[in-house]
Design a protein around this ligand. Sequence first.
Ligand SMILES: [Zn+2]
Ligand SMILES: [Zn+2]
Length: 372
Amino acid sequence: MTESREFCPRCGDAVAARPEPRPGEPRDPDRVLCNDCYFEEFDLVDAPDRIEVRVCSRCGAVHRGNRWVDVGAQDYTDIAIEEVSEALGIHMEAHDVNWEVMPEQVDQTTIRMHCQFTGLVRGSQLVEEVVVPVKIAKQTCNRCGRIAGDYYSSIVQVRATERTPTAEEIEGAEEIAHEVVEEMEATGDRNAFVTEVGETDEGLNMKLSTNKIGKKIAAKLVEEFGGSYTDSETLVTEDEDGEEVYRVTYAVRLPPYSPGEIIDPEDGDGPVLVRSVRGNLKGTRLTTGEDYEARFEEGDAPEARRLGRLADAEETTLVAVEDERAVQVLDPETYQSKTIARPDYMDADAETVPVLKSRAGLHVVPEQADDE
Ligand SMILES: [Zn+2]
Ligand SMILES: [Zn+2]
């Protein structure tokens, strides 16, 4: 039977042989000492004397390294806890380490962190307390500075051909802008924001923090509402390196007709309710309920007369269903019975039906969905 014996290099006491650390495992240079010598100078926790944190007083971002980081902290105490836990070092030989922290607010920008650590080292339970004062330096991050300075580097103009954009298009455009910004924020882009949204007589102008956002919004608007966009650059300044800085304007032009509009292509088959203007204009004939699609060369702008909008329709009494193709309704203006075309979307059992009276006559229109 062999007994491996080693001696403490500091006091000369015999110590039991310690297992070699596994390859790659950090090696504590003091591991050869006996327990008494080892614990004499042992620190469970390595803590800085004090921590200074730069925090954006507007958005709560924290400056780390050379950049601002969103930490999602609720308050300065949260930030202080986070920074202290980042800054503390636990001894590599310690196991089962737990810590508790008691923040003590000293003044508005100083929080004294009382931290108590427990851990297992060489089979002994250790307890250690450290106090780390955290000083909060309130500043303004780059993004908030830019927001406060109304900074923008692209503009999205929303206009429509031969009309002004509808309320749905204006609201939709704003929503899309905020969605795009949220998407970009979610990918960690701190510089994405909407600087300003303003309605004009012709439509909507939106100022955006970067060109990339402007382009994304313009493309998404066309995807959603049809039409097309062009971009143009304006030289605004030179940056500190002498590079030219351009501001890009994305001019979105929506098609002449929008969904919900009722038009007459004057081809002898009666008015059409516009359903989509993405690609070729598509709609529903008010006389029959059949589909209508503009020819390829007409695209989203077929030659047509504007008659009104689905929202202008009124409910009127359905007097009688005459046959497959005709019904009698009350004219909502004169209250006289009139025989008009019966489209296949009309509910023949209804007591009232929505109708639109226009220059093209009286037509039964589809029921409006609740969200329109
Ligand atoms: Zn010793
Ligand atoms: Zn900020």
